[in-house]
Design a binder for this molecule. Structure first.
Ligand SMILES: Cc1cc2nc3c(=O)[nH]c(=O)nc-3n(C[C@H](O)[C@H](O)[C@H](O)COP(=O)(O)OP(=O)(O)OC[C@H]3O[C@@H](n4cnc5c(N)ncnc54)[C@H](O)[C@@H]3O)c2cc1C
Length: 465
C-alpha cells in the first residue's frame, strides 16, 4: 500500500464507523463524471470513496475526518454540471448529497422554501406547485440538478431574462466549512447589510469554499398564464438581430431562446416530439407571461410585429400547457441529443445588445476554420451556447480546430465586454482560460479568499483556481 492508499484506508474505516457500510460506495464508477463531455481521467481519480451523509452533523464529521487526515473532498449534487466541477481529480472522498433530500418547509407567509441541499429541482417545483399562487422561476434545463448544486453554480436557465438567476433567490444558507464547522448565513430575510456578504460569496463558488447543506429560497407569486411563441427565420442574422429589438419594446419576456435548426432536430430526436415549425434555418422561442389573455395577446402581437420586420417566416403561438411543455422539452434536451458528438459546449456571456454581432462573427469564423458549431440558448440575456462538434474529424484535427475556435470566441467576447462563462462555471475545464482573461489582482483576491475558507486546500482541489 502506498502513502495515499494507507491514508484512504484509515479514512474508510472512520467513515464506515460514522455512516455505516451501506452509506459508503467503494466502486465509484457512477461518480467519476458529470455531464461535461467526458475527459480522459487519470487512473488515480478512481481511487476515491463515495459517502452519502444523511444529516448536516454527518457532513461536519466527514469534514473533520478529511481535515484530520488532509484528504481531498469533492462534493457531488445531481452531477448535471457542464464544467467538470463535481468530478474527483485525485484520490479522496466524494460526498454525494443525494440522501439530504428533505423539503423542510414551504413558508407561504414569508414566500420562502427551506430545503436540504440534495433536493432536486423537480422535487422543489412539485412541492411549490402544490401551493396555489406560488412559484420558483429559475429553470436550468436538467431538473435532476440539486438545489445545493444550483446555488454554488449560480445557475441561470431560460427564464433568467425576466426573473434572474439563482443568486436572486437565495436568502439563507447552512454551510459546513472544510474544518467541519457549521455556519448559518442570512435567513428568512430579504435585506441584509450585516458586514461582508458571505452568503453571496458562496453562491457560484462551485464547491471550492464550503459544503452547502440547507438553503432558504425566495418564492414569488405565480406569474400567471404563459404563451410560447415559435418564430422561424431564414437566417441566423435576422433571428438574432430581432432579439435586442424585442428587449427594447418594453415587454420583458420570461425567455428569448435562439436555436439553429440542426440543434432543434437534435432535441426532436432525443424527445421523440415534433417542433411546431419545420422551416427556416434559425428559430426564436419566446415565452411571455400575463395576468389574462388580453395581456398575452397584446405582448404576442408586439413580438410578432418586430419579428416580421426582421423577416420572420411565420409566428406560431403555443397556448396549451402541454404544447408549451413539449416545446420547452425539445429546447431543454438539445444538449443531450448532441452529447456523443460534442467536443465542448461554450457559454460565453456578452452584453445582450451585442449578441447578434457575437453570433455572426463566430459563425463566420467556424465556417472559415472548418469546424461545426451549433448555436442555441439564452439569446435574451446574451448567453447563447455554442456546441462544438467533432463531425467525423479525427482527434488531432478536431482538437486543433476547436482550440482555434475557442480562442476566437473568447477574444470576441472580451472585445464586446463579455466573459468566458455565464452559467456553466469554470470548474475543471475552463481554469486555464480564466487565468488568461482575468487580472492578476482578481486572481490574487480569489486565491486569498480560498485560503481563508480552506487553509489546507482540501475542498474540490483542481477546480476554479
Ligand atoms: C441538459 C442540461 C441543461 C442545462 N441547462 C442549464 C441552464 O440552462 N442553465 C444553467 O445554469 N445550467 C444548466 N445546466 C448545467 C447544470 O444543470 C447546472 O450547473 C446545475 O446547477 C448543476 O447542479 P448539480 O446538482 O447537478 O451539480 P453537480 O454537477 O453535481 O455539481 C456542480 C458543482 O457544484 C458543487 N456542488 C454540488 N452540490 C454542492 C453542495 N451541496 N455544496 C457545495 N458544492 C456543491 C460540485 O462540487 C460542483 O463543483 C444544464 C445541464 C444539462 C445536462
Amino acid at each position: 500500500m502506498d502513502g495515499v492508499e494507507s491514508v484512504l484506508s484509515v479514512a474508510i474505516s472512520r467513515l464506515e464507523a460514522l455512516l455505516g457500510e451501506r452509506h459508503l460506495v467503494l466502486d465509484p464508477e457512477g461518480y467519476l463524471y458529470d455531464e461535461t463531455p467526458k475527459p480522459v481521467r487519470p487512473e488515480a481519480c478512481r481511487n476515491v470513496v463515495v459517502v452519502k451523509p444523511g444529516t448536516t452533523e454527518e457532513v461536519s464529521q466527514i469534514m473533520k475526518i478529511a481535515s484530520d487526515l488532509n484528504i481531498p473532498v469533492f462534493v457531488r449534487g445531481g452531477g448535471t454540471g457542464l464544467s467538470g466541477g463535481a468530478i474527483p481529480t485525485r484520490p479522496g472522498i466524494v460526498i454525494s448529497m443525494e440522501r439530504m433530500n428533505r423539503i423542510v418547509e414551504i413558508d407561504d407567509k414569508n414566500l420562502m422554501a427551506v430545503c436540504e441541499a440534495g433536493v432536486t429541482l423537480r422535487q422543489l417545483l412539485d412541492s411549490v406547485e402544490k401551493i396555489p399562487g406560488l412559484s420558483f422561476p429559475p429553470h436550468p434545463g436538467d431538473e435532476s440538478a440539486q438545489i445545493g448544486g444550483l446555488v454554488v453554480s449560480n445557475a441561470g436557465g431560460a427564464r433568467a431574462v425576466k426573473y434572474g438567476v439563482m443568486r436572486n433567490y437565495v436568502v439563507g444558507l447552512e454551510i459546513v466549512l472544510p474544518t467541519g464547522e457549521i455556519l448559518n448565513l442570512g435567513g428568512k430575510i430579504i435585506k441584509n447589510t450585516t458586514g461582508y456578504d458571505l452568503l453571496h460569496l458562496v453562491v457560484g463558488s462551485q464547491g471550492t469554499l464550503c459544503i452547502v447543506t440547507k438553503v432558504i429560497l425566495r418564492l414569488i407569486p405565480e406569474p400567471g398564464a404563459t404563451y410560447t411563441l415559435v418564430i422561424p427565420f431564414e437566417s441566423a442574422e435576422n433571428a438574432i438581430r430581432a432579439v435586442p429589438e424585442i428587449l427594447k419594446s418594453g415587454i420583458v419576456p420570461l425567455a428569448i431562446e435562439y436555436m439553429d435548426i440542426e440543434a432543434i432536430r437534435a432535441g426532436e430526436a432525443v424527445t421523440g416530439k415534433k417542433w411546431p415549425h419545420g422551416g427556416g434555418n434559425a428559430h426564436l422561442m419566446v415565452i411571455v407571461d400575463g395576468v389574462d389573455e388580453d395581456e398575452l395577446i397584446q405582448k404576442s402581437e408586439v413580438i410578432e410585429r418586430i419579428s416580421r420586420d426582421y423577416g420572420a417566416l411565420d409566428v406560431l403561438v403555443g397556448i396549451g400547457r402541454r404544447e408549451q411543455r413539449d416545446i420547452l422539452e425539445i429546447r431543454s434536451l438539445i444538449y443531450e441529443g448532441l452529447k456523443d458528438e460534442t467536443i465542448e459546449v461554450l457559454d460565453v456571456s456578452v452584453p445582450p445588445a451585442t449578441i447578434a454581432e457575437f453570433v455572426e462573427r463566430c459563425q463566420k469564423e467556424a465556417e472559415r476554420i472548418g469546424v461545426k458549431v451549433l448555436h442555441f440558448g439564452h439569446a435574451g440575456d446574451g448567453n447563447v451556447h455554442q456546441q462544438v462538434l467533432k463531425s467525423g474529424m479525427d482527434e488531432s484535427e478536431w482538437k486543433e480546430k476547436y482550440m482555434k475556435f475557442k480562442e476566437f470566441a473568447f477574444s470576441v467576447a472580451r472585445e464586446l465586454g463579455g466573459v468566458i462563462t455565464g452559467e456553466h462555471g469554470i470548474g475543471e475545464v475552463k481554469k486555464e482560460d480564466m487565468f488568461k482573461t482575468i487580472s492578476q489582482k482578481e486572481l490574487e483576491l480569489m486565491r486569498a479568499i480560498k485560503r481563508v475558507f480552506d487553509p489546507n486546500g482540501i475542498l474540490n482541489p483542481g477546480k476554479v483556481l
